[in-house]
Design a protein around this ligand. Structure first.
Ligand code: TA6
Length: 298
């Protein structure tokens, strides 16, 4: 589906474009991205489900991003209506093939919506529909690729003093010492138990991305830098300079659902003028009245 301000592919339930009121693209998609199975689309917002990275036996980042989703013509109502300019509902259910690799029945409903102010909102509702009474557990991420001016010039704020697992050091655990994350080389970290708001400040573009999340306690920050960029066939050698991934996630503590239970994970992205933000990550503004309660399982 292509609306002026956003594009969503059935392949992967994947958002590949989100534009501001001037028509400027806010998400990064590689010029070498592949838009058909089995390779996930390199850029936009891949959905990592039911497994983040190699936190399990499945392929990296799970299978949802490599599947063809369907339009959900009859989604159950949202507990709190989401005011939006436009939206689309998608649904993913496992095929018999999927059940062989991950033996769990589920319904994954995804709403992608554009807010009145141009914010991009993704709401995932995952229900355990196992008929055999079995619970299942999963890890999850909205693997968002943001379009930025220059990786050496941006700052990520909101993760100060937090512990993180460093994927470049066998997931050893460290504590963030800096007052913001800046990039001078490859970085691949899982920040644990983060605030529900994170800011990506791009002074050169006079823009700040505000990431708000619900039901997703962790956040991944990634830039492949030059060597990893060259090693990825679906990624341009210099493209690492113009993207950063800041991913709302649930990794450290897997989410477990009993049959009939449903989990909700929310992501709300805003692009605001930079002057509005640096150092002022106002703690009071929460995701508009549709915040998911701490225990996001119902
Ligand atoms: O989210 C960061 C990460 O897990 C990195 O370790 C890197 O592998 C990246 O995802 C991309 O993974 P992909 O499977 O899409 O190549």
């Amino acid at each position: 589906m292509n609306l002026d301000f956003m594009t969503v592919y059935l392949y992967g339930g994947h958002v590949t474009s989100w534009k501001d009121e001037h028509g400027e693209e806010l998400l990064f998609v590689s010029n070498k991205a592949i838009f058909k199975p089995p390779k996930a689309i390199r850029g936009g917002i891949p959905i990592c489900f039911p497994q983040f990275s190699n936190f399990g036996q499945l392929e990296a980042h799970g299978f949802a991003r490599n599947k063809i989703w369907s339009v959900d013509t009859d989604p159950p109502p949202f507990p709190v209506p989401i005011s939006s300019r436009a939206y689309i509902d998608l649904i993913l259910k496992p095929t018999d093939e999927d059940l062989k690799i991950w033996p769990h029945s589920f319904e994954y409903r995804l709403r992608v919506a554009l807010g009145p102010g141009g914010d991009l909102m993704l709401t995932s509702r995952i229900r355990n529909t196992n008929a055999d009474g079995k619970p299942f557990s999963f890890t999850f991420a909205y693997h968002t690729y943001f379009s930025i001016s220059d990786i050496s010039e941006i700052r990520v704020e909101g993760l100060e003093t937090l512990d993180y697992l460093d994927n470049l050091q066998d997931r050893a655990r460290f504590t963030e010492q800096g007052d913001a994350i800046v990039f001078e080389s490859e970085l691949d970290r899982i920040y644990l138990g983060t605030p529900s708001k994170i800011a990506i400040i791009d002074h050169e573009k006079k823009r700040t991305f505000v990431v708000r999340k619900g039901g997703l306690p962790d956040a991944v920050v990634w830039n492949p830098w030059d060597k990893k960029a060259k090693a990825m066939a679906d990624f341009g050698d210099d493209e690492y300079k113009r993207m950063v991934c800041v991913e709302a996630a649930a990794i450290e503590k897997a989410i477990t659902l009993k049959p009939g239970e449903e989990w909700t994970g929310k992501l709300e992205l805003s692009a605001v003028p930079s002057s509005y933000y640096s150092g002022q990550l106002d703690p009071d503004r929460v995701i508009q009245d549709s915040v998911v309660p701490e225990d996001s399982v119902s």
